[in-house]
Ligand binder design. Structure first.
Ligand SMILES: [Zn+2]
Length: 216
C-alpha cells in the first residue's frame, strides 16, 4: 500500500544528535554546519522542556474553576475537553517520564508540511458515554515533527544554516501538541475546525500563565 503523503520519512536522512541541554538524543536532518545541527538538537530539547512545563502546570490547576462554560465557572477537569487533556498527559508524560515522547526536526517535503503530530499504533476502543457505546480510535504513541530551518523544508535545502526564531518554533510546537489533546488520529482535510480552536485557545492561555510564552 502506498503511504499517504503526510506519513513522512522519520529515520533516513536524519542524524541522532545529543543535546547539550539535556543529554538526550534528537533526530536532526543531516544538512548544514555541525554547529547548526547541534543548535537544532538544543532547540528540540528546549521545546521538550517548555511543553513538559506546560503539561505539569495544567495538571496543577485541574481543580481551579477558571473556565467559563454554559454560564458558570468550571475547571478544565469538569469540561468536556478533560478527556483530551488526560490523554495528552498519558502520551507525553507517561508515568511522569519527561523523555518518553519523541520530538524531531521536520522531514524536508514538497507538500508544504511545516509541522506534524504523527500518530502511531492506532487502537480501536469502545467508550461508554452513559447513553450509548461509541467506537473511537486512539494512538498509543506519537511523534512531533517541527520545522526549525525554514529554508531546508520547503526550498530544497537552499540554506540549511538559517533557523526560525524560537518564538515561531514554540508557536508551531503548541499547535502540534494541541492535536494530541484533540486526539486527532487520521488525516483530515481541515482538522483545525471545532473543537480544535477551543483546545488551542486554552493551551495558549495556559502557556502564557506558566511563563512558557513570554509576554512583554
Ligand atoms: Zn494542525
Amino acid at each position: 500500500m502506498k503511504k499517504p503523503f503526510w506519513d513522512v520519512e522519520e529515520d533516513i536522512g536524519f542524524i541522532d544528535t545529543k543535546s547539550k541541554l539535556d543529554n538526550h538524543s534528537y533526530k536532526v536532518w543531516n544538512a548544514g554546519k555541525p554547529e547548526t545541527i547541534q543548535h537544532v538538537a538544543d532547540i528540540l530539547a528546549r521545546i521538550r522542556k517548555d511543553l513538559n512545563k506546560l503539561l505539569k502546570y495544567i495538571h496543577t490547576i485541574k481543580d481551579v474553576k477558571n473556565i467559563k462554560f454554559e454560564g458558570k465557572m468550571i475547571s478544565w477537569s469538569e469540561h468536556p475537553i478533560a478527556f483530551g487533556i488526560y490523554h495528552c498527559f498519558e502520551i507525553h508524560l507517561p508515568g511522569g517520564d519527561e523523555y518518553s515522547f519523541n520530538y524531531q526536526e521536520m522531514t524536508p517535503n514538497k507538500d508544504g508540511i511545516l509541522g506534524l503530530n504523527k500518530p502511531k499504533i492506532i487502537k480501536k476502543m469502545k467508550l461508554d458515554t452513559g447513553h450509548n457505546i461509541v467506537n473511537y480510535e486512539i494512538a498509543d504513541k506519537r511523534s512531533i515533527f517541527l520545522t526549525i530551518r525554514p529554508k531546508l523544508s520547503n526550498t530544497n535545502n537552499s540554506n540549511p544554516d538559517i533557523l526560525d526564531t524560537y518564538e515561531k518554533i514554540l508557536d508551531l510546537a503548541l499547535h502540534e501538541i494541541t492535536h494530541t489533546v484533540c486526539n486527532d488520529v487520521r488525516w483530515k482535510e481541515d482538522n483545525h475546525k471545532h473543537p480544535y480552536k477551543i483546545y488551542e485557545g486554552l493551551m495558549k492561555r495556559w502557556a502564557k500563565e506558566c511563563g512558557v510564552i513570554k509576554i512583554n
